[in-house]
Design a protein around this ligand. Structure first.
Ligand code: BGC
Length: 369
């Protein structure tokens, strides 16, 4: 090559390199724009759109991940176990680099998650622990036993249970717990009874139906209809003779709606002889019910916070970063203790919903009207 041509070639190469440098972002620049996940696919498997919270969870996850440059495939299984299995298999076959899973029934997912593992696809458990599998890397959730404890403490404070014995007071209570295939439901039940069992033992709380064990009080798939039917049966079977139901310990807003419908059907009136009804998720409808008086409280689980924590776990498994973990002991899924981040649940009622929910921008004042 002549000297002139060598010079031309060198110039062309320098130009090409400088153009490439302009278009490809350095790692520092990519971090600055948040586009660190460019080109990677994240499959997100959510349980159902029948409850507002999971719609928010899905939306938040999509938003957070896309902002980082990930491609997102978001699937809802509508509480159908087999549908979720197929969705996860499809996500694997369609080339997901990472899976985020909030299970309908995690026992049914063991094989599909094993498949993910053998394909080198890391899995993050979202809010619900994935049981009986070693294919899970991290778990983003709330303090589920803490939620049960908070609900118990709310009932304890509202009904002044600590002094009820001395005051000669007793209250009738019924329990509506979550789905038996969801580890969260078991943890919540445990937390609840860590506070209330003493009052059942001392006779301050009376469960007329006698249904206090989780095996009796659970509600498959957290179904509102199932809770309503069970509450109707309890009201007609144990409260038709003049007994008054004072407290419904409900583990989820959807169950609370079902119980409220059953109470109305049985002639209970809001503001008059209406029982204290608890809940979980601070769904928009539940907060409206709290304002209207048909529900006493709910648990605010800030899904924005949860999805942020989950996204740091996705980044960790895909980019070799360290996610923030604050629990390494609680969540044993029968195969391993899954490193977890537990977000903080907050009880909300008429006294603090404005501060917690409107103040934090979770709901607008208008949406609550
Ligand atoms: C979640 C709750 C939710 C329930 C029903 C549980 O796994 O922890 O927040 O209320 O599922 O969807």
């Amino acid at each position: 090559m002549k000297l002139k041509n060598i010079f031309k070639a060198a110039l062309a190469l320098a130009l090409a390199l400088s153009l490439a440098a302009c278009s490809a972002k350095s790692p520092v620049e990519a971090a600055g724009t948040g586009a660190s996940g460019t080109g990677k696919k994240v499959g997100v498997a959510m349980p159902t759109q029948s409850s507002q919270r999971w719609i928010q969870d899905g939306d938040n996850m999509r938003k957070e991940l896309e902002a980082l440059g990930y491609e997102v495939d978001l699937q809802y299984a509508e509480d159908d176990v087999q549908q979720q299995v197929s969705q996860i298999e499809n996500l694997i076959n369609n080339g997901a680099d990472c899976l985020v899973v909030a299970a309908v029934d995690s026992a049914a997912l063991v094989n599909a998650l094993g498949q993910a593992k053998s394909n080198g696809i890391p899995v993050i458990a979202y809010d619900r622990l994935l049981m009986d599998t070693d294919a899970v890397s991290y778990y983003a959730t709330f303090d589920n036993e803490g939620i049960g404890r908070i609900i118990g403490e709310y009932i304890e404070a509202k009904m002044s249970l600590a002094t009820a014995k001395a005051d000669g007071k007793t209250y009738n209570i019924e329990f509506f717990m979550g789905s038996p295939d969801d580890n969260n439901a078991v943890f919540l039940d445990r937390g609840l009874f860590s506070v209330l069992q003493q009052y059942l033992d001392s006779g301050v709380l009376v469960c007329q139906s006698g249904q206090t064990k989780f095996a009796q009080t659970n509600t498959l798939r957290w179904s509102q209809e199932t809770a309503q039917k069970r509450c109707e049966d309890i009201l007609s079977g144990y409260y038709a003779g003049g007994e008054h139901l004072d407290i419904i310990a409900s583990a989820f807003d959807g169950l609370s709606y079902g119980c409220a419908a059953a109470l109305m059907g049985a002639g209970y009136a809001i503001g008059n002889d209406w029982p204290i009804i608890t809940g979980q998720d601070a769904e928009l409808m539940a907060v409206k019910n709290i304002i209207a008086g048909s529900q006493a409280m709910s648990i605010f689980k800030d899904t924005r916070e949860l999805s942020k924590k989950c996204v740091t776990m996705v980044q960790a498994v895909l980019e070799g970063k360290d996610p923030e973990i604050n629990d390494k002991t609680t969540y044993n899924n029968n195969k391993l203790v899954v490193p977890s981040y537990l977000c903080i649940p907050i009880p909300v009622d008429t006294a603090n919903y404005k501060e917690q929910l409107v103040g934090s921008g979770y709901y607008t004042e208008d949406a609550l009207k």
